[in-house]
Ligand binder design. Structure first.
Ligand code: ZN
Length: 192
């Protein structure tokens, strides 16, 4: 089916689908506690996937500053919530984003917004990490960009292998963070 990601989801349609899921799972969607659930789930899922209806351009909104070159800018401990595309279950943790500016600096909150835009879609952690790094590289024209995500996946914790304490760590490094061992080591030690 063609992607309809740019359109606002039809709440009535989504709610009807959630009702079907409840029925098939053996529930009675008309009992009191569940009566409003399909509409609530539709609203929640729309919110949790709002990244499909956003673009880097709109979230960054031209919030650039000029600064001296060769500064390493790092934003870490950014709270991250996403949904795994394999099970539509949450994975959550923290993200660190760093880059070495060539003069064009992004407002710090914008780094978090770029992360959020990609996180609020169905994702796998590896791709999410790369998409954030690519977007920051493209937006800032940085010398180097690094992104590290540490996350726990409910699909692993609540089902499957049921490994409650495992954490997945992914990183993406671009530009000098890839080619220059010292820059990469500095970044990785700062985000530890
Ligand atoms: Zn999963």
């Amino acid at each position: 089916m063609k992607s309809r990601a740019d359109k606002e989801p039809d709440q009535k349609k989504l709610a009807a689908l959630v009702r079907e899921i409840l029925l098939e799972l053996g529930e009675d969607p008309d009992r009191e506690g569940l009566r409003k659930t399909p509409a609530r789930v539709a609203k929640a899922m729309t919110y949790l996937t709002r990244g499909y209806r956003q673009s880097v351009k709109t979230v960054v909104n031209n919030a650039y500053f000029t600064s001296g070159t060769n500064h390493m800018v790092i934003l870490k401990n950014i709270e991250l919530y996403s949904l795994c595309e394999h099970h539509m279950l949450p994975f959550y943790g923290s993200c660190a984003i760093g880059y070495i500016s060539t003069g064009k600096v992004l407002g710090v909150s914008k780094l978090a917004r770029i992360m959020d835009m990609y996180a609020r879609r169905f994702q796998i952690q590896e791709r999410l990490t790369e998409q954030i790094a690519d977007a920051v590289m493209k937006e800032t024209g940085a010398e180097g960009v690094g992104v590290v995500i540490r996350a726990k996946h409910l699909c692993m914790m609540m089902r499957g292998v049921e490994k409650q304490n495992s954490e997945m760590v992914t990183s993406a490094v671009l530009g000098t963070f890839r080619s220059d061992e010292r820059a990469r080591a500095e970044f990785l030690s700062l985000v530890k």
